[in-house]
Design a protein around this ligand. Sequence first.
Ligand code: GLC
Length: 702
Amino acid sequence: MIYKITYGVPDVSSEAIVNEKKVKVVFLEFLNKIFDGYSFEKLDGGFLELKISLKEKTGYYFGFGDKVGPFNRKGRKYVFWNTDDFTHHPGADPLYKSFPFFIYITKNFKFGVFTDYPGFMEIDLDSEGIGEISFRIKGEGFNQYIILEDNVKRILKNYLYLTGKNVAFPFWSFGYQQSRWSYFTQDEVLKVAEEFRERGIPCDVIWLDIDYMDKYKVFTWSQENFPNHREMLKKLHDMGFKVSAILDPGVKVEKGYDVFEEAKEKYFLRDKTGKDFEGAVWPGRVRFPDFSERKVRSWWGKKVKKLFDGGIDGFWNDMNEIAIFASEKDLENVSEKLKCLKLEDGIKVAGALGEIGEIKKKGRGDEIIHLSGKEHYKLKNIYGFNMIRATFGGFPKNKRKLLITRSAYSGVQRYGGVWTGDNHSWWEHILLEMQRINSLSLVGVFNTGFDVGGFGGNVSPELMIRFMQLGLFMPLFRNHSAIGTRRQEPWSFAKEYEDVMKKIIKYRYELIPYLYTKYMMGILNDTPLVVPMFYHFEKDELSYQIFDEFLVGRDLLVAPVYNPGVNKRMVYLPKRALDFNEKNFLKKGWHLVDAPLDKVPHFVLDGSIIFTQKPVEYLKNSYNEELTAHIVAFNDRAIGYLYEDDGESYNYKKGMYNIYKIVYDKGKVNILPRKNGYVHKKRNIRFKVYTKTSLKEFDMEF
Ligand code: GLC
């Protein structure tokens, strides 16, 4: 059941909510029914504060998306104020996104709380240890949705009922993806692509960072470095690659530049005097489209369409917190020595000011005014949400999109996915990314990934491999690194390491039938692909304490290594499972398993069937014709699924897909079509049956 309470008089909307029909509207006093009491008051400085006392004080708190810090969010105050923090250590807050939704779990009581406010907000999850949670916003009012259900799955489904279903990504986006800031010229891009094909390392997507543009001007191409970009794109497509390009919101102030000329004094955010607000980002002096306006989104969408029609297959929306190196106001307050700085100096300004972190945190809430007249501090957290919404609008309607954003707000899943921003080549960040992706799943974002190998810093071969062994199981598997750091393409390491990386990437392609099946069934049923153990094993009390293992779909459990020099791992199994490296059964409970550098501990849970395929160079729109069904049936019984569709349109929404339920019972396989909405070629399936006594193999056409 979903309850809605309105506090104060909200004067802005986040547009996160898409369905409210089954919501029950209640008044503040309702809180007394489910909690031990509450208070709500107006504070000085334009703040509103709600405090709630819990009845059961010893619970677990999960959610808030990709904030850092422990997986269980208990005992800390979190700030929602989208911020670019490119060296975020484990205590950093706020970060790029705002997902003000968490789930509280005790043995007898579970609830989810979505506090919908797009401006400045703080949520304190019992930092005093007295069983009190509090919500503080700067603004006039906000809505809160309290979801009372007795399990996490239903809480999440209700949250997705409110904020919208996830949009499916194209089949090819499940392939390996290679990125770097930057591949500076068209020749360099082609060279990278050729290396993949020559070395037989599968890859589907190459990413273009800011240097493909002319002076970082959005919607342009550098004539100097990409003079024949059309030819380059054609060559890449002919080789089976897709290409994804970066889009930053800041539009360079330059006379005669069409994007700027069309938008000036019309589509840009304003300053307090009513003039277009200006800041410094990569291109130097820039202005920022006000994406909260429909007309601005539609103008931006038309520009996106041109790039798409020109051969770009996907986009990442970056710097949209908004990340601004400096504004005129910052430059007024600098010492005499720095008085010569201008916004035109771009990144140099940030460097010279040396205090970029502090400037960013101020967020320009009071400096910027939206075209609607609203202050930016009330709308800051949905700037990125509206940017990806605008970018989404630029694609043809029935075409799936590879589209990710760095800054986001609840509901973003309707338009695209996210990556976790500028992580580092630090061992600590492997564990962190594992937890962030799982936390993103719990706020309903299913299309997720992180910079494999780490964005900042220099990765070691061992760290690169361990990063890849986690990335391999993520919805998006993208290697990305920053300018000035060592190269991270698989061949940038000694041959023995390259060989391991090649094996890992090939394994990703082997797993595609399982990953895509679980992913698409999850899109249909509102169930994330990657989830914490408790999502599927809620009765197992220990599962709430497992912070360094996760499930991919229901049937595959992964326990990556996240420390150097380690070749063993303690693993907790919530039920009997087949160690998929060693192919031996392990009982429910704790195990110490081998994890040499070329192996990532992962397990297929007993009673399930998972499909793999022969690896391919890159993904066409369907599985390879040679599939293997691994039947894990200790007691000679198992169930599994296979999903398929065209992989590129939204026709699945009209039921144009197949789902087969495969039932194995004492030597017999039964294939039951649960849905038959898509025509596929006949193919051969090799069945491998693992039971307590033997491994049997046989083939079947289907
Ligand atoms: C930001 C992005 C990063 C990108 C860089 C240059 O730091 O997070 O992914 O490579 O900008 O565009």
